[in-house]
Design a protein around this ligand. Structure first.
Ligand SMILES: C[S@@+](CC[C@H](N)C(=O)[O-])C[C@H]1O[C@@H](n2cnc3c(N)ncnc32)[C@H](O)[C@@H]1O
Length: 283
């Protein structure tokens, strides 16, 4: 993609997440503490978000290994509303977090303040151009972020650059093929001769979302050794999540009710949206 198109594409991504920071739909209407822009957020809102997040994605704890980060320098790329970032702080890590969306950074900061962490190191920054020196972090963690950025290989190379030799990257990317892609294909692709990947690109979260086969992930992780991958169902694969505004019609409500989750788990094989990648930087 030419540079101008990449910049325009990134702006679309940023604007999408400014309008709906990740996970907002799991928050009840904001209540007590005011954030100064007419909206009110409380510790209770954030606790609800955290509880639902880890219920729907129980593998996060195992993947992130928060508790192993005590005293270590961790960079989280794409903190969203900061649920995982707060876990790094609670575990005693020296955690820095970045996101391209100001709204997300502000909510993450408020979440930390409400939890008693007043000096959170949260910054507005782009995963494709991280404002940190080489070999600076023990762990770089990024959950569901880099496939949204127009130049995903550049995000991964930036993670590699800022890691110290022997440091570990823990990166969740979207996998192809997946049930989520298939469901989107039934909704948007089947009548328009659009492929699964194009349906994800056009309709899953921010515009331009990419998905990768395991072989493609391996080639993205150039420069790392010990690359390990684990496929897991996303809440969307199993329709466990709250339907977004686009899926409120009675037909979708019915689908959410009758979706045979137990059977799907048995037969879906590798058609899972999330690929959890861990890799070590060469010494
Ligand atoms: C699906 S959300 C995930 C947020 C968080 N990791 C979580 O799991 O809740 C994607 C996040 O990536 C951020 N993002 C997208 N492109 C980015 C980029 N180039 N640099 C930094 N953050 C980016 C968005 O602003 C958004 O907060």
């Amino acid at each position: 993609m030419p540079t101008d198109s990449l910049i325009a594409q990134k702006d679309k991504v940023r604007r999408f997440w400014e309008a709906e920071p990740c996970g907002s739909r799991y928050l009840q209407r904001p209540d007590s503490a005011s954030d100064g822009r007419g909206e009110e957020w409380s510790a209770k809102n954030f606790e609800t978000h955290e509880r639902i997040r880890y219920e729907l994605e129980p593998y996060i704890q195992d993947f992130a290994k928060f508790e192993s980060a005590k005293g270590r320098k961790v960079l989280e790329v794409g903190v969203g509303m900061g649920a995982d970032y707060l876990q790094w702080l609670k575990a005693g890590a020296q955690a820095t977090g970045v996101d391209i969306s100001r709204e997300s950074i502000e909510r993450a900061r408020l979440r930390c303040e409400l939890a008693g962490y007043r000096d959170a190191d949260l910054r507005l920054a782009d995963a494709e151009n991280l404002p940190f020196p080489d070999r600076n972090f023990d762990v770089v963690y990024s959950y569901g972020v880099m496939h949204h950025s127009p130049n995903t290989p550049q995000c991964i190379q930036e993670a590699l650059r800022v890691l110290r030799p022997g440091g570990e990257a823990r990166i969740m990317l979207y996998h192809h093929p997946s049930l989520t892609g298939l469901l989107l294909w039934f909704r948007y692709g089947v009548w328009r001769a659009k492929g699964l990947r194009q349906c994800v690109y056009d309709h899953l979260e921010s515009p331009g979302t990419k998905t990768y086969t395991e072989r493609e992930v391996l080639s993205l992780m150039q420069g790392f050794r010990k690359v390990e991958m684990r496929l897991v169902f996303s809440p969307g694969d199993l329709l466990l999540h709250e339907p977004s505004q686009r899926f409120q019609k009675p037909l979708y409500r019915w689908l959410w009710k009758v979706y045979p989750r137990w059977l799907v788990r048995q037969v879906a094989g590798p058609w899972k949206l999330f690929v959890l990648v861990t890799a070590t930087k060469e010494d």
